[in-house]
Design a protein around this ligand. Structure first.
Ligand code: AMP
Length: 383
């Protein structure tokens, strides 16, 4: 097992907030941090020692990047296979290209989960409008048709309530390869963020509970308000996912919890995840430090919780009437602000997040939501 010791160089492919928070952890521990991305203005570049500017498909440029880092990781999974392979010929790439290959394609991902005997919603592959109908009939309705590749935050999805919806749904998604899934009437959406080290050690952050607005994560509570048996089962599912894919790094398993207490895996993200941002304050080792430790071959850190917590995303909508009132949001001392350095707030764009610590997840959620409201409303109107 090779150790990439502090002082050496770590690289991230991608220039967003996940890369930025990974880079901050790397710099704290004395690593040189290099970013690869399409420009030098993104959130990760702002805190990097160096940015190598290039397109993700520019293999010569990617090789140049790989040649100047001792280990390379990712902040999103939709990296062309050729890019990951070009990098791997020159440096250590974690998680490896096989993990990316599986997780960047919903059909491959669900097929892998099934082969590992993990629970997923009934699904089928769809390559044509005719097949959309036959698969919807076979799998059952209502269902969701999703593009097999490059979907995120609910993009590239269409609901199928009845048979007549299936072919138009397929056409509306551009006629590309899709997965059809049975629609799950879930009670809660939950996730487990976990890490696996080079030595096979596994560590998880427990079960998080997530709520979404317009398909974008809005609020995460830790721990999830579920029975301990459900939490243990979700953690066990997650361990099997990381082991079956031989992940070295951080991976998030998003799941649905049904009214009958059944857990179904919806999606894998082979990197730190938005639902794990609260680990920066709420756990002994953040998901970003853990990613660094895992990919550098260091021992994993403790994931013990320091407190119950809640995280609320800050979308560009909050900037509609000018700069939010940050000082008001921070009046509660257990609330912490993270801004990603993005210019040009747009509706739906993730600009930052707030985390609150408390003794219960509900109390933390109440604090963080109140803090977020106070960004745009006078405190007198909230209290
Ligand atoms: P995804 O991009 O697969 O994470 O889907 C985004 C969101 O759409 C999820 O967080 C769910 O709220 C919803 N969703 C996706 N797939 C299903 C499904 N099979 N049943 C019910 N809701 C779903």
């Amino acid at each position: 097992m090779t150790l990439i010791a502090p002082g050496r160089s770590v690289g991230v492919l991608g220039n967003g907030q996940l890369g930025r928070m990974f880079g901050l952890a790397a710099r704290t521990m004395g690593y040189r941090f290099v970013v690869y991305g399409p420009d030098a203005k993104g959130p990760a570049s702002q805190i990097a020692d160096q940015t190598i500017i290039g397109a993700y498909e520019d293999l010569d440029r990617v090789r140049e990047f790989a040649g100047c880092v001792d280990v390379l990781s990712f902040e999103f999974e939709n990296v062309p296979a050729a890019t990951a392979a070009a990098a791997e010929a020159l440096t250590r790439v974690r998680p490896g290209p096989r993990v990316l290959h599986t997780c960047q394609h919903r059909l491959r991902e669900k097929t892998h989960l099934l082969s590992a005997s993990l629970p997923v919603a009934a699904f089928g592959a769809v390559q044509s409008a005719v097949e959309a109908e036959s698969v919807a009939e076979r799998v059952g309705m209502p269902g969701v048709l999703k593009t097999a590749a490059s979907g995120y935050d609910g993009k590239g999805q269409a609901k199928v309530l009845q048979l007549e919806d299936a072919a138009p749904a397929f056409e509306s998604l551009g006629g590309v390869e899709c997965i059809y899934e049975r629609f799950i009437e879930f009670e809660r959406e939950v996730s487990v963020v976990a890490a696996r080290g080079e030595d096979g050690r596994f560590a998880h952050y427990g079960l998080f509970e997530n709520s979404h607005q317009n398909h974008i994560l809005d609020l995460t509570r830790s721990p999830a308000r579920v029975s301990s048996a459900t939490a243990r089962r979700a953690e066990e599912i997650t361990r099997v996912v990381l082991e079956s894919l031989e992940v070295v790094g951080v991976l998030c398993v998003e799941m649905f919890l049904t009214g009958d207490g059944e857990l179904l895996v919806n999606e894998l993200a082979p990197r730190p995840h938005n639902s794990g941002h609260l680990s920066i304050e709420a756990h002994e080792t953040s998901q970003f430090e853990q990613q660094l430790r895992a990919v550098a071959g260091l021992p994993l850190g403790s994931t013990a919780p320091r407190a119950a917590a809640a995280m609320a995303n800050l979308l560009g909508d909050l900037w509609a009437n000018g700069s939010p009132r940050f000082a008001d949001a921070l009046r509660e001392p257990a609330v912490h602000l993270h801004l990603y350095g993005k210019t040009g707030p747009k509706p739906g764009r993730k600009m930052g997040h707030l985390t609150a610590l408390a003794s219960t997840p509900d109390e933390a959620a109440e604090k963080v939501l109140k803090a977020r409201e106070s960004l745009v409303l006078p405190l007198s109107e909230i209290e």
